[in-house]
Design a protein around this ligand. Structure first.
Ligand code: NI
Length: 255
């Protein structure tokens, strides 16, 4: 089984104590490729460094909508991202988008930064990892003028209707631990009908461990549990589900 974790955060402090040990176990367990995702200028730098250190890790650079809420961003931040994006193993801009989940978010600032980074992706001809929470309508509206870009909706949490629009627009969706949750009803329905050639696997680790490991620190080593669940929904073998999503990951990131 070959697996591509298309969205992970190994630079997170949750891995400070044993990052090297965790990453050393990946390839022997079928985790062939990992995309380490930036959420701020600083974390994007760390992602680029991690990718330089490990053959099987690739980096994305971007400013997360929640970072937009908490950090003063300047025109320099965009220039810094542009410079970082030129590193050899940077495969996408992300994660960028909109997050209206917690009170106090700054809608104007989030949309301004989302659009600016979509323009950066266009300029650099890179795919985009999109984070969208409780903001589907605005996300789709802001994405509309960027039909030329390759888009992934990470940790897809939309309705079947939203998934239909995403499929029509040719977006990839990325699926993680939520697929295995006992109360997850919509995501299995989406996974069943979404075009298989545009479905990706991700952990979003250290968050969102699959059942039965919910609540514990997540890592790419848990992805076989999600591949198994997806295989059940697709009515194929776990190996085939893994292989399909692995090929999709390579195609999405141009690897
Ligand atoms: Ni993430």
């Amino acid at each position: 089984m070959r697996i591509f974790d298309t969205h992970a955060h190994y630079c997170d402090e949750a891995f400070d104590a044993d990052r090297a040990e965790v990453l050393a176990a990946m390839q022997a367990n079928g985790i062939e490729r990992i995309a380490e995702v930036g959420t701020s200028v600083e974390i994007s730098k760390q992602a680029v460094d991690l990718a330089a250190e490990y053959d099987f890790i690739y980096a994305t650079v971007g400013i997360h909508p929640e970072t937009v809420n908490s950090e003063q961003l300047t025109v320099n931040s965009l220039d810094e991202l542009r410079e970082l994006a030129k590193a050899p193993k940077v495969v996408a801009i992300g994660e960028i988008g909109l997050d209206y989940h917690y009170e106090g978010y700054d809608k104007a600032s989030q949309s301004q930064w989302f659009t600016a980074q979509l323009e950066l992706a266009r300029e650099l001809k890179l795919p985009v990892c999109v984070h969208s929470r409780d903001a589907a309508e605005d996300t789709f509206r802001l994405l509309e003028p960027f039909g030329d870009l390759k888009i992934m909706l990470h940790c897809f949490s939309g309705s079947v209707e939203t998934a239909k629009i995403a499929a029509l627009r040719g977006y990839y969706i990325s699926i993680g631990g939520v697929l295995t949750f006992k109360n997850a009803k919509t995501l299995p329905e989406v996974a069943a009908v979404y075009p298989r050639e545009r479905v990706l696997l991700e952990t979003d680790c250290p968050y969102l461990s699959p059942t039965p490991l919910r609540g514990s620190r997540n890592s790419s080593l848990n992805l076989p549990l999600i591949a198994e669940k997806l295989a059940e929904i697709w009515n194929v073998s776990p190996g085939e589900a893994a292989e399909t999503t692995y090929a999709n990951g390579n195609r999405f990131y141009n690897l």
